[in-house]
Design a protein around this ligand. Structure first.
Ligand code: DON
Length: 312
């Protein structure tokens, strides 16, 4: 039986959605993936799912958006499930202090990306998932994982976004080839990048994303189904990497202001985790200078302050 909803949570989420809708400062929508430039900068959605399964939703909670780098949380989870801690031989887990698409550290660090959330690291993780499979099988695996976590088989890839990035993702092509030259990628570069571009192009609503993130908030288990997705220890560690690396060179600022593990995407989404309390998804397409959702971060800051949810 679902518990009775918490009126406070509903009221806070509604208030924040209204406040964010009214703000004139919306950040800049990403344009380097041409298809993302078409998104309405006025959109705003927020969904919080607490430990009882209560869903508090505000604004455009049911409009699908491109999850982009948020997919990297789920590919990291899958790759750790496949190869365990051996993954950390291929990718580090330190903050980069650099933009998400930076190449500079790769030369100094012999092709080993700093962490699984910068583009180079996520491409290396995708390469692990791909190993021994056809791209379409690996992609199917990732998509089915998202559908399973969100308990929603309708989640799909936005092919227009994937095609747009395939045409314009020259930096990622450079990063992948550079890593390949150090022997960090096993598969043909175009196979790995094809899977990477497509998993970044998965489209989800805030409601679906918050559902998919529940296992991270609840020690590796999805409370509604009782499914154990990962061990409590692994959930804790994924959250730690989200806290330190989930917003690239804006990770310190996000931890300082919001105080929760979170992962952003250039589609303007953020998945945030309040351990033991809630899974939270926010979407506002305008970005700040680090490529993270401008109002998404401000909304999460307001939420954690009003509910006292910072982990610190
Ligand atoms: O590879 C890229 O550039 C995009 N598919 C994902 C980048 C991204 O979402 C960075 N996040 N803020």
């Amino acid at each position: 039986m679902p518990h009775s909803p918490s009126p406070d949570l509903h009221a806070v989420v509604r208030e924040i959605a209204e406040e964010m809708r009214a703000r004139p400062d919306r950040g800049e929508v990403a344009t380097y993936i041409p298809e993302l430039a078409r998104v309405d900068a006025n959109a705003f959605g927020l969904v919080v799912i607490d430990a009882d399964g209560t869903v508090a939703a505000g604004g455009d909670a049911d409009v699908a958006f491109s999850i982009q780098s948020i997919s990297k949380v789920f590919t990291l989870t899958l790759a750790l499930g496949m190869v365990g801690d051996r993954l950390w031989r291929r990718v580090g887990r330190e903050p980069s202090g650099s933009p998400f698409n930076s190449i500079v550290q790769l030369e100094r660090e012999r092709g080993i990306p700093r962490n699984p959330f910068i583009n180079a690291g996520a491409i290396a993780v995708t390469d692990v998932i791909l190993s021994g499979h056809q791209p379409r099988e690996a992609l199917g695996e990732i998509l089915r994982f998202m559908q399973f976590l969100a308990e929603d088989p309708t989640i799909a890839i936005d092919e227009a976004v994937a095609a747009s990035e395939l045409r314009t993702g020259f930096r990622n092509v450079a990063l992948a080839n550079y890593m390949k030259s150090f022997g960090v990628l096993d598969n043909p570069v175009d196979f790995t990048l094809g899977v990477y571009f497509h998993h970044c192009a998965i489209a989800m609503t805030c409601r679906q994303l918050a559902r998919a993130g529940r296992f991270l908030a609840h020690s590796g288990r999805t409370p509604s189904t009782g499914h154990s997705v990962v061990s409590a220890e692994r959930a804790r560690r994924i959250n730690a990497v989200m806290l330190t690396c989930g917003h690239y060179d804006g990770s310190g600022e996000f931890a300082y202001r919001v105080g929760l593990p979170g992962k952003s995407g250039v589609g303007g989404g953020i998945l945030a985790v309040a351990p033991g309390r809630a899974s939270i998804a926010v979407w506002s397409p305008g970005l700040d200078a680090s490529g993270n959702s401008h109002l998404g971060r401000i909304a999460l800051e307001a939420l954690t302050r009003r509910l006292g949810w910072s982990i610190f």
